[in-house]
Design a protein around this ligand. Structure first.
Ligand SMILES: Cc1cc2nc3c(=O)[nH]c(=O)nc-3n(C[C@H](O)[C@H](O)[C@H](O)COP(=O)(O)OP(=O)(O)OC[C@H]3O[C@@H](n4cnc5c(N)ncnc54)[C@H](O)[C@@H]3O)c2cc1C
Length: 807
């Protein structure tokens, strides 16, 4: 038995990390705060309110579907498993730095083609690193040289580690857990609860978690008083790039500083109206101008190298040696000498059984399937049924799939074919910013960038020397280098960053993304064209901030119906909604996007905008129904960001902009998916058609009608009154005849394809005249957005950025 065990110390303080959407070790204020105590109790509470809606979203009631749909639930479980393994590795690790173990064997196959492949510490082939200290030591092997502690559960540490998973609202779960801790640690004197605040999580907030934070604080206070303990409750905020406390104005209307902040900030640009500085500016452009120059981005913190162990009865007790060692290790990490990325892969963690990775039966069991998760929540099964009914899709395979299975459920067509968790988030970020091989930077320490890895970086992996920037490898431009041109495309793994699911679950912070991008900018040097791409990516982080902050400001009004429904108000025609939700509107770009969403949990920003426009501007259906379906299905579903985006497209509330943000969806498809790849992939009925007909099958010539059996599909029957609805419409199977005619006049969805005006341009019309001259390839192959200076693009009613907030 290691000597450290003999000198076990009593636990007089316990830090509780109430894990919410901050599933990471690095740059995590709540974890840092809770780790100051003798013991650390990381707890994830599966609150039924996070799985099912508590609120009624529209005046006509909600849809009755899960708030946490199967795709995101799966990603959540994987991320929890990954975090569990990382915690088990670090909590109570003892014995000091270990010599780096031999490099792990190269994985049999790169799990994600095009992403640079797994590299270094995080690259644990599915099922490759299983149980046991040796496996875990290997999992940590790529960390900064000399900084990794092989340890964790069963590895001779001063106690076990891992997260405690419990089903139930936190205000019920946490006092119960602490009762057990107190029973096993009679010397306990102080409990410190650290949590990451949710945008809508405060008392009186609008979201389903409204009041949760206040409830928990109240319940713990009552518990602590009863036992004569001292309690501190500390809320942290890492969700946005800019910390709300640093903004040069108040978020809330009605809050008036004595002087407008602008008066004391002559360095701020003159935005004409000083009142903007008192409140969250009413448009994105003004927000950017008022915020960027005035607000620092706070530094992001490296991951800890040591964490206090779980308290008894969940784990062991810390030892004097452990505690002394904490200071040494974390001090080194803070000094940048050993940024150790989390090293687990969710697949390895789950393949071994995430819960079984703990040595204590007291540590709660993370469900291994989405069905197990749903079983904790009464009503979830029927909500899933309802979702299936609305989308016309069965989710059995997804909910029953073991989350650690090597074959990812999202399937071969997923635009988000990534694993979950912090290490994967970092790999994706580095790949996007530095290019193929840049994921090796995931092992080098954030911000270091490839080619400038510290000497300790990649120890044991051999990756650092082969990274980009080295002589062996020709420089391949990173995806970031073409972000401006590709970001708006509807297809393409590297068209956009695909970071939003990681950001939504908190596997990575916007600060970390920002810092990495700044490193790339610095490495590229002054005047490099990459700088504009960096600006444009950071602009989108700003949009996320703006929408999140807007949601906070809206509070209870976030889900008000606004007046966007027009005089008649919003329609609640459920049958029309079903056609939309199941991707059977008859407008291929909208349908393909919606079926992609239903079938994989992802669709592009462009697809989302067009689908939302169709729902609100053509069908005049209640935007909250659309928002509810999106929040359920999206891998990156985020209540605040989602609702704010929907409000923006629907034109409701204070974010209202131009009256009509209606998208011509056929033209949009031609511009952002010229080869109609999305339709070919997700609309089997149209897959056999040539690309130009996949954009608008009704535009077939007489000859094409015969050739592709399109006769009878598009006759003169008024739109919307015929054609297969989702219920029982598939008689014609996956042939073109099985594809429904448009619910609305398709001519109103065709406009000028940008970039084709003038000489080579054409006025794309509905009906017979809408054929591109040279097939779909006649459309632009690249995103339509010109390489505008980000500043201008941000200020314009850009195709990417929410127009209404740019007004
Ligand atoms: C109707 C509708 C609903 C949406 N719902 C969500 C949602 O629930 N969660 C979510 O994260 N995004 C949502 N978005 C915004 C946007 O579609 C996604 O953030 C983006 O497509 C994610 O892809 P990416 O990570 O590759 O983004 P990139 O283009 O690479 O952008 C980088 C990051 O910037 C942020 N970002 C970019 N565009 C937006 C935007 N319009 N609003 C907020 N943040 C943005 C994201 O965090 C993203 O990861 C929605 C958009 C619409 C039109």
């Amino acid at each position: 038995m290691p000597a450290t065990r003999c000198s076990a110390r009593t636990v007089s303080s316990c830090g509780v990390w109430w894990i919410r959407r901050d599933l990471r070790l690095a740059d995590n204020e709540a974890l840092r705060g809770a780790s100051q105590a003798d013991a650390l109790l990381p707890v994830y509470c599966l609150d039924p309110a996070a799985v099912l809606h508590r609120r009624t979203q529209s005046s006509h009631g909600g849809l009755g579907i899960p708030r946490l749909g199967p795709w995101r639930a799966r990603l959540l479980l994987q991320s929890l498993a990954s975090l569990h393994t990382d915690l088990a590795r670090l909590q109570g690790a003892a014995g000091g730095p270990q010599p780096p173990p031999p490099p792990p064997p190269p994985p049999a196959a790169a799990p994600h083609a095009g992403q640079g492949g797994p590299t270094g510490a995080g690259a644990v082939p599915p099922g490759g690193a299983g149980e046991g200290p040796q496996a875990r030591a290997q999992a940590g092997s790529g960390a900064a040289g000399g900084g990794v502690v092989a340890g964790g559960v069963g590895a001779g540490g001063g106690g076990g580690g891992g997260l405690v998973f419990r089903a139930g609202p936190a205000h019920e779960v946490l006092p119960g857990l602490l009762e057990g801790v107190l029973g096993a640690n009679p010397q306990l004197r102080h409990v410190a609860l650290h949590l990451h605040a949710e945008p809508l999580g405060g008392a009186g907030g609008a979201g389903a978690e409204a009041g949760a934070e206040a409830h928990v604080a109240g319940a713990l206070r009552e518990w602590a008083e009863r036992h004569g303990l001292s309690l501190s409750v500390v809320k942290h905020w890492d969700r946005t790039l800019y910390h709300p406390d640093d903004l040069p104005y108040s978020l809330y209307e009605g809050h008036t500083a004595e002087q407008p902040a602008a008066a004391s900030r002559p360095d701020l640009p003159d935005l004409q109206d000083p009142a903007w500085y008192r409140h969250l500016p009413p448009t994105m452009t003004r927000f950017r101008k008022a915020t960027q120059p005035a607000c620092p981005v706070r530094p992001s913190h490296p991951p800890p190298l040591w964490l206090p162990p779980l308290p008894a009865p969940f784990g062991g007790t810390p030892s004097e040696a452990n505690l002394a060692h904490r200071t040494e290790l974390n001090g080194a990490a803070a000094a940048g000498g050993g940024r150790t990325p989390p090293s687990s892969s969710p697949s390895s963690a789950v393949a071994a059984g995430p819960h079984e990775a703990s040595d204590s039966s007291h540590v709660g069991r993370i469900p291994c399937t989405v069905r197990q998760l749903y079983e904790h929540v009464p009503g979830a099964a029927s909500a899933l049924e309802r979702l299936q009914e609305l989308t016309g899709r069965q989710y059995g395979a997804v909910v029953d799939d073991h989350v650690g299975a090597a074959t990812a459920s999202p399937g071969p067509h997923s635009a988000f074919p990534f694993a979950a968790g912090e290490a994967e988030a970092l790999r994706r970020l580095r790949h996007y910013v530095w290019g193929p091989g840049g994921a090796a930077g995931a092992d080098t320490g954030a911000g270091a960038g490839p080619g400038v890895a510290s000497s300790s970086a990649g120890a044991g992996t051999g990756e650092a020397a082969a990274g980009p920037g080295s002589e062996q490898e020709p420089a391949t431009p990173p995806p970031l280098a073409s972000y401006t041109n590709t970001r708006a495309l509807a297809v393409g793994l590297d068209a956009s960053t695909k970071l939003s699911p990681f950001l939504a679950l908190g596997c990575i912070t916007p600060r970390t993304v920002h810092r990495e991008v700044e490193s790339a900018r610095a490495a590229a040097g002054p005047g490099s064209p990459l700088s504009a791409e960096c600006d444009w990516l950071q602009m989108h982080l700003l949009i996320r901030d703006y929408f999140t902050l807007s949601a906070i400001r809206e509070g209870a009004q976030l889900f008000s119906d606004g007046d966007g429904g027009g005089e008649a108000g919003w329609s609640h025609d459920l049958s029309a909604f079903r056609r939309w939700a199941s991707g059977r509107t008859g407008l291929p770009f909208v349908d393909a996007s919606l079926r992609e969403l239903g079938g994989s949990g992802w669709t592009s920003n462009r697809g989302r905008q067009n689908a939302a426009s169709m729902l609100t501007k053509d069908l005049r259906l209640d935007w909250r129904w659309g928002a509810e379906l999106f929040e359920c299905l999206l891998l990156d579903g985020d209540e605040a960001v989602n609702a704010a985006n929907w409000r923006s497209v629907a034109g409701v509330g204070s974010a209202q902009g131009p009256d009509d943000r209606r998208f011509k969806t056929v033209t949009q498809g031609m511009e952002y998916d010229p080869d109609a790849v999305l339709a070919a992939t997700w609309l089997p009925e149209l897959a056999a058609l040539p690309a130009h007909l996949r954009h608008q099958p009704w535009a077939a010539t007489e000859q094409e009608r015969g050739q592709y059996a399109l006769y009878g599909m598009y006759d003169s029957t008024p739109y919307g009154s015929r054609g297969p609805a989702v219920d029982g419409a598939d008689a014609a199977g996956d042939s073109a005849a099985g594809y429904p005619p448009p619910m609305v006049d398709p001519a109103t969805h065709v406009g000028v394809v940008k970039g084709q005006q003038g000489g080579g341009g054409r006025q794309a019309q509905g009906g017979e005249t809408g054929r591109p001259k040279s097939g779909a390839a006649g459309g632009r192959r690249r995103g339509n957005r010109a390489k505008a200076a980000p500043q201008e693009a941000a200020g314009a009613a850009g195709a990417d950025s929410p127009r209404s907030v740019e007004a």
